[in-house]
Write a protein that binds this ligand. Structure first.
Ligand SMILES: Cc1ncc(COP(=O)(O)O)c(C=O)c1O
Length: 393
C-alpha cells in the first residue's frame, strides 16, 4: 500500500491494518493551545516546553539580533571557524550552572549522547544500563562497541548483582534521570552508594526531562538528589524546559572533558546550532537564573494538581511522579482509540505505540507545562476518564 508520508500503518494482532496520522502540521507557536493546519485548536498536553519558554519574547529577540549579526549559519564546524561568542557564552553558562570547569554544547542531546558516550567509554570494560533508558542512550552504547548489560528498570538489587559479578572491571552505569516515557525517577542516591562501595564505577545520567524542571537551580534530578558532586557525566537538553534547541554534556573530570571535546564526532565533525539558536539558549539560561525558581514552583503546583486529579479515575498512570505522565494500555488498539477520542475533543497528547514502545506498553504521554491552568487539567482528566470508560470499559 502506498501511504502519504505523514501516515503510519500499524498492523494489529488480528492482522487488520490501521493508519495513524502522525506529523500533524502545527500553525502556531508552542503555548497551552496549538492551532493545527486543519484550523482546529488543541489543548496542548504533548509538548515538553515545561517552563513555558519556547515562545519567550526575550529569547526570540536574542535570536533575531544574533541572526542580524551573524546570519543564519555558522562558517564551519566549531573546531575551525564556527564558534561564535554565543557558542562560547553558552558553554560558559552551562559550566557555571553545574559548577564545573568545562561543558560541551551539541546540536541536540541525542547528538550529545552518541557523540560523548563512545569517547567516555573508551577505557570502560562494561556498560550497565537501565532497561528503560532513552533510545539515544541505547544507540550511543551500541556505537561504543563495548559489552553492555541491561538491568530491570530501577532495580538496584539486579544492578548490584551485575556489578558484583564483574568485580575488577571498569564500569559505566548509564540511566535516564527522569525517565522519558514513564515519568518516574532514577534512584540516583543508590547509584552513588554503589559507586562509593565498588571502585572503578562512573555514573552517566541523561536528565533531559529533569534539567530545568527540578532542583533549586534547575540542575535536575541529580541536584535534587544531592549528588551533583558525585555523578560524573550529566546530559541535558535545551529543547525541553529551556524552550530552545541543543544538548549539553557536563563532565566533572577536566581531562576527560578535554578528551571528549576533541574526540567526539558530533562535536567536531558536524556543524553546531546556528548563532540565533545559541543566543536564544544563552537567554534561556539567564531567564532560568532570574525566574527559574518561580516557574518551577508553578510547574510543581500544576504537576501535583494533575496527579491528585488523576487519583481515583480510570487512568493507569503507573509510577509517574513528574510532569511526564504516561497512561498505559493493555493493547495498541486501546491507546489509539483513546487518543482519537481526545483529539475529537480537542486535546493533544503524545501517542506511543510500536515500534516506539512494546505492544502491551502502548501509551498516551501527557506532559504538564508552565502555561497550563488548573481548568485545563480538569478538562483533560474529565475527557480522558470519559474516553477510557467509553472506549475500554
Ligand atoms: C532522556 C532523553 N534523552 C535525549 C532526548 C533527546 O533530546 P533532544 O531533542 O535534545 O535530542 C530525549 C528526548 O526525547 C530524552 O527523553
Amino acid at each position: 500500500m502506498k501511504l502519504a508520508m505523514n501516515l503510519y500503518e500499524i498492523v494489529h494482532s488480528d492482522n487488520k491494518a490501521q493508519t495513524l496520522n502522525y506529523f500533524p502540521q502545527v500553525r502556531s507557536a508552542c503555548e497551552r493551545v496549538l492551532t493545527l493546519a486543519d484550523g482546529t485548536t488543541k489543548l496542548n498536553f504533548s509538548s515538553c516546553d515545561y517552563l513555558g519558554m519556547a515562545n519567550n519574547a526575550l529569547m526570540k529577540n536574542a535570536a533575531i539580533n544574533a541572526i542580524q549579526e551573524y546570519g543564519t549559519n555558522i562558517s564551519g564546524p566549531m573546531i575551525f571557524c564556527g564558534y561564535t561568542r554565543y557558542h562560547e557564552e553558552l558553554e560558559k553558562r552551562y559550566a557555571e550552572l553545574f559548577q564545573v570547569n568545562h561543558a560541551l554544547m551539541y546540536t541536540t542531546s541525542y547528538q550529545a549522547n552518541i557523540g560523548a558516550l563512545p569517547v567516555i567509554a573508551e577505557d570502560i570494560e562494561l556498560i550497565i544500563m537501565d532497561k528503560l533508558c532513552h533510545v539515544s542512550l541505547y544507540d550511543a552504547v551500541k556505537l561504543s562497541g563495548k559489552p553492555f548489560r541491561v538491568y530491570q528498570h530501577n532495580n538496584m538489587k539486579k544492578l548490584a548483582d551485575i556489578i558484583k559479578n564483574n568485580m575488577g572491571k571498569r564500569i559505566l552505569i548509564v540511566s535516564d534521570g527522569v525517565f522519558s516515557a514513564d515519568g518516574d525517577f532514577c534512584n540516583i542516591p543508590e547509584l552513588c552508594k554503589l559507586k562509593s562501595i565498588y571502585s572503578d564505577i562512573m555514573l552517566y545520567i541523561d536528565d533531559a526531562h529533569g534539567v530545568g524542571t527540578l532542583g533549586e537551580n534547575g540542575c535536575g534530578l541529580v541536584e535534587v538528589s544531592g549528588c551533583l558532586g558525585e555523578v560524573d557525566i550529566i546530559i541535558g537538553t535545551m529543547s525541553k524546559s529551556f524552550g530552545s534547541t541543543g544538548g549539553f554534556c557536563i563532565i566533572r573530570d577536566d581531562i576527560l572533558a578535554q578528551k571528549v571535546k576533541y574526540k567526539s564526532s558530533t562535536y567536531n565533525a558536524s556543524r553546531s546550532v546556528s548563532p540565533g539558536v545559541a543566543a536564544a539558549s544563552c537567554t534561556a539560561l539567564q531567564i532560568n537564573q532570574w525566574e527559574g525558581k518561580a516557574r518551577r514552583a508553578k510547574l510543581v503546583e500544576l504537576v501535583t494538581y494533575a496527579h491528585q486529579r488523576l487519583e481515583g479515575t480510570r487512568v493507569n498512570k503507573q509510577l509517574s511522579v513528574s510532569a511526564v505522565i504516561p497512561v498505559i494500555f493493555e493493547t495498541v488498539e486501546q491507546a489509539i482509540a483513546v487518543n482519537s477520542y481526545l483529539l475529537r475533543h480537542n486535546i493533544m497528547v503524545s501517542l506511543f505505540v510500536p515500534p516506539y514502545v512494546e505492544k502491551n506498553k502502548s501509551r498516551l504521554r501527557i506532559t504538564i507545562i508552565y502555561h497550563h491552568t488548573k481548568e485545563d487539567i480538569d478538562t483533560l482528566v474529565t475527557v480522558l476518564d470519559n474516553a477510557i470508560e467509553k472506549v475500554i470499559c
